[in-house]
Write a protein that binds this ligand. Sequence first.
Ligand code: IMP
Length: 423
Amino acid sequence: MPATVIIGAQWGDEGKGKIVDRLAESADLVVRYAGGPNAGHTLVVGGEKTVLRLIPSGALHRHTECLLGQGMVVHPAGLLDEIDTLESRGVALTDRLTLSRLAHLILPYHVLVDELREGREGGTKIGTTKRGIGPAYEDKVGRRGLRAGDLEHPRRLRARLEEALATWAPTILALGGEVPDVDAMVTAVMPHAPRLIPLLGDVSAQVETALRDGKRVMLEGAQGTMLDIDNGTYPFVTSSSAVAGGACTGAGIGPTRIARVLGITKAYTTRVGAGPFPTELDDDVGAHLRAVGKEFGSVTGRPRRTGWLDVAALRYARRVNGITGLAVTKLDVLTGLDTLRVCVGYEGASGAANELPDGDALTPVYRTFEGWTESLQGASRLEDLPPPARAYLDFIEEASETPIDLISTGPGRESTIEKTGGF
Ligand code: IMP
């Protein structure tokens, strides 16, 4: 049975966690394939909120195997904390959690460099989550990174640390920081080895075996298309592959193994951090979306930037991901707005465009829709939605040329409308 990929079709925070959790009910394996603890995948089950940063969002289903793929960067203590938090709530992960030997480790100097860069005067500020993501991926592509499998080889690990620290030292000093010593770094990571080593495995082989056995495999992305290192609004992006293609390299499978790509989009748009955001609102509507949608970063607590839905950007996301179906989340947040607007294209210095990204300053071209006042909380059938909400969804399908498979009308598992079958 081929695999399904779940990706963010916007700038992250689309509600992937909730959708993966909902669909994982019928999944055998969920593999997170990119990013690190910059993600905050929020699940609300039985009124209880769980935020997962590294562990795949299928974790709350006790039959689901959870795999952390080689496309990820993993903070050793952070992963153990997350395991402990889940286990303290009765979610046992023993024997169903695997960490790829090939996943890279985030060390304290990665976090230090990220913080120093974001804190300095001048220079391009990305508005990162300061979790060391960029520097950890820099070490990976610089071929001096530490991988989870190195925990089994302390001497090799020490040699790699020495090399990495020698490379980072001039940067740290130039940024006004203090270069940590190798012993301190060994001490930061090695005490976690006894608990992490039993989790190590070959994620690619495990996924292949599962697919051959006809099991249902879900590949969970992190962040969103416009934050993708190659296809996003560079340089205001994260450092990993947030698009569906990243699932192949990040989980170690071939593209022929993937049949379905589910793109998650909010019914409006948000962005955290700096960079282009053509439909951004700096008015009462923007404040409504932030307050009602609780749009504050789940990792950093930063207020998110808010704006209208951008179907031109969605068309771009459809193309670069090969999206086969959409899940539209947070539709309930639009309740109470008199009129709604959707960006259908842009006017730029070099003429009209109907897809992001583009280097120009872009002025959005909008279409206006009638709003609704009815609460959508808990709606679980299409017929529960007021006609203007259905018209809004119909337009998204038509303009993005993509069917909507799922609609989310609240944070809980039950507030989901499945338009087409399940997983
Ligand atoms: P980094 O991934 O911490 O390096 O941050 C790079 C950019 O991606 C910043 O604009 C962050 O705000 C953004 N970003 C990273 N992770 C997430 C996420 O999970 N949701 C939304 N934005 C994110």
